[in-house]
Design a protein around this ligand. Structure first.
Ligand SMILES: Cc1cc2nc3c(=O)[nH]c(=O)nc-3n(C[C@H](O)[C@H](O)[C@H](O)COP(=O)(O)OP(=O)(O)OC[C@H]3O[C@@H](n4cnc5c(N)ncnc54)[C@H](O)[C@@H]3O)c2cc1C
Length: 405
């Protein structure tokens, strides 16, 4: 990534001197304050720092914390996106970035598990997904019911007529990835602080500072609010009914003693009926076979709601195991989590300037698929903030839509 010097950064950012707030913190004003150290904010802060900006990254609870949408053990990196080819292309870049960072940081974050998209029959959605994968040279294979049953005797293929297999799809370490990004950011001279922030003083169309939970404030030339499911709390007028944050119960079931048939690399990720169904991953590092029942519509408060799985979702997960993976049906749950999604109205990311503030950016709306794109989102947002990316079509895709939930 090309670096720009601090002087040119200031020129590009184009800010006039900002008025000092009455109670500023002792720290000198950075060029950019990024609020939120999840997948989107963490990568944005790192990329901005690598481009030469002085950056402070703030998080109320810490990178990849248990309340964040980027928290938890694992997230999937898949290339199949039906006709949303932009994301397929971004995933291909993301794969390269994750692999390069693994090398740079000397830690493993990506497991190439492969992924089975299971369906009763060859549907229009599978057809479109395959066409996009082919066009982008993403390896894939169509498996018949019989071939599926032959390759994966651990799975009961009853009712599955066909599967689209993406062998290069994988699993990313989620929480650990956020910690790795924050660590790299700090090693490269970025400043990280635990603090809850809210928009502070305004001067015309500029945000002067953010008000912090310790009573101080922090000035900067540019602010990036990458607060995931918290965005409506920070910007109630702008974001109310633009983000929906339903809960998701996630289960890790024990694998049978002495049996590695449900563990990486012996079984791939799987997904069945995207809207009401299930998906999951093989056990990685002995953490258990992951099962996520989807479709829950109960809104979740990321600060205050308790993260205890519901009896209803436990039953759904167990019923699914009994049907599809009968050898696991009596295995105990060895770990469980409750997370919240941050769905935008059209499931596109939201990346735009605040409509009333020339120097404040809103970044979020990962919509259940954002984690894997972190490195690419970070590069893209950093370039936008620096005025170095002008792609009107993308700007349009990522702008806040007028539609509401
Ligand atoms: C169950 C589940 C499964 C998913 N599966 C996948 C998957 O398989 N593949 C995939 O790619 N994506 C997946 N996603 C989506 C993906 O995890 C999210 O889109 C992505 O992690 C969002 O990152 P973010 O940085 O926008 O938000 P977050 O990770 O929520 O980060 C926001 C951060 O902002 C901080 N913050 C908020 N308010 C403030 C404030 N006022 N001051 C300071 N800090 C603040 C929070 O503490 C938090 O750390 C899944 C999500 C869930 C919940």
């Amino acid at each position: 990534m090309p670096r720009v010097g601090r002087r040119s950064f200031l020129k590009i950012a184009g800010a006039s001197a900002v008025a000092a707030s009455s109670r500023v913190s002792a720290q000198a004003s950075p060029d950019v304050v990024v609020i939120g150290a999840g997948a989107f904010g963490g990568w944005t802060a790192l990329c901005l720092r690598e481009l030469g900006a002085s950056v402070t990254l703030l998080d109320a609870y810490g990178p990849g914390n248990s309340r964040a949408s980027s928290g938890g053990e694992t997230r999937q990196i898949r290339a199949g996106y039906e006709d949303r080819e932009l994301y397929t292309r971004w995933v291909l870049t993301a794969f390269e970035r994750w692999k390069a960072r693994e090398q740079e940081w000397g830690r493993r974050l990506l497991y190439e598990t492969g992924r089975l998209l299971l369906a009763p029959e060859w549907t229009e959605s599978l057809k479109v997904t395959k066409a996009v994968l082919d066009r982008n040279r993403v390896p894939n294979e169509v498996l018949s019911h019989d071939e599926l049953a032959r390759r994966y005797p651990q799975m009961n293929a009853e009712g599955i007529g066909v599967a689209l297999f993406e062998p290069t799809t994988g699993v990313l370490k989620a929480r650990e990835g956020c910690l790795a990004v924050a660590e790299a950011f700090q090693k490269k001279g970025g400043r990280f602080r635990i603090a809850q922030a809210r928009p502070g003083t305004r001067a015309g169309s500029r945000l002067v500072d953010v008000a912090l939970s310790d009573g101080t404030s922090l000035t900067a030339r540019t602010f990036v609010f990458a607060c995931g499911p918290w965005l409506p709390k920070l910007f109630p007028d702008l974001m109310s009914r633009k983000l929906f944050t339903p809960r998701r119960d996630v289960f890790f079931f024990g694998t049978p003693a002495g049996d590695d048939g449900f563990s990486y690399p012996n079984f791939p990720n799987y997904a069945e009926d995207d809207t009401q169904g299930y998906y999951g991953f093989p056990s990685i590092d002995g953490r258990g076979f992951k099962v996520c029942p989807v479709g829950e519509r109960t809104p979740f408060d990321p600060d205050t709601d308790e993260r205890v799985v519901s009896a209803y979702q436990v039953k759904r997960a167990r019923d699914y195991l009994a049907l599809r993976f009968p050898a696991l049906k009596d295995q105990p749950i060895v770990e469980s989590r409750v997370c919240q999604l941050e769905m935008s109205v059209d499931e596109h990311f939201i990346i735009q300037k605040h409509p009333e503030l020339d120097n404040a950016w809103i970044v979020g709306g990962g919509s259940g698929h954002g984690y894997k794109h972190g490195p690419v989102v970070g590069e893209y947002v950093a370039a936008r903030v620096l005025g170095k990316d002008r792609q009107p079509e993308l700007e349009d895709t990522f702008k806040l839509k007028t539609r509401t939930f």
